[in-house]
Ligand binder design. Structure first.
Ligand SMILES: O=C(O)CCC(=O)C(=O)O
Length: 271
């Protein structure tokens, strides 16, 4: 079962469940108007998409990226509403607690709108830490957030997760009864960590399932999506400083200087 907490839960309660189960839902955290604006801002991008295999897909395409699914990346450049969700105070407090023990600053890894359409198949269960292939066990590398912009139901492809598999470091395949689905209402958010098994569900309903995802990682890991091209300096200059830093315009200890040895890249945005 995936634990659901109310919007007024403390970040400490969320962190406790996340450390234990590797996943948690916080109900009704986003303003419904913000969800409506996000859906409206992304609609033209979803309408224009072509259902083709991605270029240079490094994974088994049909298993990892099933067809009939809208996947829009570079979302900071495409939606103002999304920018607000990315820096939601609850998410920031959870990332502070989960990630700062292993880095000086954390950053965005990917931004994506994920919309399985009716008829899409389930995605293979996978772990986000496969991206970096570090020896295990390792500390938490990533916290992913999936905002429900539509309701998430068993029928429309609510994310599958295996609670507790964040603590499985050997070879273990989950039993069917260990796989749960993150059903949640619009405006809720599902959080998970990098080592928990998860994947999008199949959409057997007659309407798309609309999720807006943002993943946050340790400041010394390579970002999956190249944020400096997705959010170039001209755009970054218009964003709140908290978001500039999350994009990557900040130092992580000695890493990430720009212009001059040791210079914080955020100073170049201010110049
Ligand atoms: O869409 C979902 O529910 C999960 C998506 C996911 O895990 C992925 O695309 O890697």
């Amino acid at each position: 079962m995936i634990k659901s907490l109310a919007a007024n839960a403390s970040s400490a309660e969320v962190v406790e469940v996340l450390n234990r189960d590797g996943c948690v839902v916080v109900e009704s955290l986003a303003d419904p108007q913000l969800c409506a604006s996000l859906a409206e801002e992304l609609a033209p991008f979803l309408a224009a998409r072509k259902d083709e295999p991605p270029i240079n897909a490094p994974y088994g395409y049909e298993d990892f990226l099933p067809a009939k699914t809208g996947r829009i990346v570079g979302v900071i450049a495409k939606s103002r509403a999304y920018r607000t969700l990315v820096i939601h105070p609850m998410i920031m407090a959870v990332c502070d607690a989960m990630l700062l023990p292993s880095c000086a600053t954390y950053q965005l890894c990917t931004t994506a709108v994920l919309v399985p359409d009716p008829g899409s198949k389930a995605q293979v269960l996978h772990r986000e830490d496969q991206l970096w292939n570090l020896p295990s066990p390792h500390p938490v590398l990533e916290v992913a957030a999936m905002w429900a912009i539509s309701d998430f139901t068993k029928e429309n492809g609510a994310t599958h997760l295996v609670p507790g598999s964040n603590l499985w470091w050997g070879d273990r395949t989950p039993r069917e009864d260990e796989i749960a689905q993150a059903e949640m209402g619009r405006g809720s958010v599902l959080l998970w960590t990098d080592h928990v098994l998860h994947g999008a569900g199949a959409n057997r309903s007659d309407a798309p399932r609309f999720g807006a995802a943002a993943a946050y990682i340790l400041g010394w890991l390579r970002q999956e999506e190249n944020q400096y091209l997705a959010v170039p300096p001209e755009l970054a200059r218009t964003l709140p400083e908290e978001l500039q830093k999350l994009v990557g315009y900040q130092l992580n200890g000695g890493l990430g200087f720009a212009g001059e040895l040791g210079r914080d890249p955020i100073e170049m945005l201010r110049a």
